[in-house]
Design a protein around this ligand. Structure first.
Ligand code: ADP
Ligand code: MG
Length: 253
């Protein structure tokens, strides 16, 4: 075995996706998705544009609904039951390409909003937690500024800190660096690497293959709504098996 990032993982499964299908109207967007994610596991998802990566990620916290098969997060199955959806969303943090910060609130207010109003955490405690995570993403000095006063990289780090304030069990990233100027990509990836090293369970849709090689336990390649190939990063990049994977890698590497 030549698993570059090989480590002992617990057998505890945090996300279990079984024979999952999704349609947008008549369009069969996800076809027979099967994926188990262990506690502490780091998964990178890649694949051509339109292959269903975002849709799959969004199904995991029910921003999109699947129609067949099952998705179980931390023991809770995602059904139309709102209680289940709320339970899962409490455990799952999400970070998108566009940071979706509230422009009229300060950074600190952006970070304390959900903890105070959704979790009913007292203001002082929410602020202390917010400052803790702003320090972790290395921008505590920006706490009283507005999003528009920060660079894209700083805003994305705020978005990550905002998710962490909810103390999620899992973090989902959907191309968090693809809207950033090149010089800001590294500072966001650094935060993600640190999170990974601290043991966060993560699924990251990204084409940052350096990141994948550095932290991924598994790389998953999607095409046309299916998981076509998955492997540890070394074998995935050095010895891809499927022709579509080879073609994709030849285009991005
Ligand atoms: P990726 O993230 O891999 O680029 P997406 O999951 O965004 O792929 O999209 C997969 C396919 O589903 C694409 O063909 C896209 O056009 C289509 N799609 C995405 N969102 C919707 C939607 N809300 N309604 C209909 N089709 C959609
Ligand atoms: Mg996408």
């Amino acid at each position: 075995m030549t698993e570059a990032n090989s480590r002992e993982l617990s057998d505890e499964i945090v996300i279990k996706i079984d024979k999952m299908h999704k349609w947008y109207g008549d369009f069969h967007v996800l076809k027979d998705i099967n994926l188990n994610v262990k506690k502490g596991e780091r998964i990178v998802v890649c694949g051509p544009s339109g292959s269903g990566k975002s849709t799959m990620i969004r199904c995991i916290n029910r921003l999109e609904e699947h129609q067949q098969g099952s998705i179980i997060v931390n023991g809770t199955e995602l059904t139309s039951d709102v209680k289940h959806i709320e339970e899962v969303r409490r455990e799952v943090g999400m970070c998108f390409q566009h940071f979706n910060l509230f422009p009229h609130l300060t950074i600190l207010e952006n970070l304390t909003l959900a903890p105070m109003w959704v979790r009913k955490i007292p203001k002082a405690e929410a602020e202390a937690t917010a400052m803790h995570y702003l320090e972790r993403v290395k921008i505590p000095d920006q706490a009283n500024k507005y999003p528009g006063q920060l660079s894209g990289g700083q805003q994305q780090r705020v978005a990550i800190a905002r998710s962490l304030c909810m103390k999620p069990e899992v973090m989902l990233f959907d191309e968090p660096t693809s809207a950033l100027d090149p010089e800001m990509i590294a500072e966001v990836l650094d935060v993600m690497v640190t999170l990974a090293e601290e043991g966060m369970t993560m699924i990251c849709v990204t084409h940052e293959m350096g990141f994948a090689k550095k932290v991924a336990d598994r790389v998953i390649f999607m095409d046309a709504g299916q998981i076509i190939e998955e492997n540890n990063p070394e074998d995935f990049f050095e010895r891809p098996e499927n022709d579509r994977t080879k073609l994709f890698l030849s285009q991005i590497l």
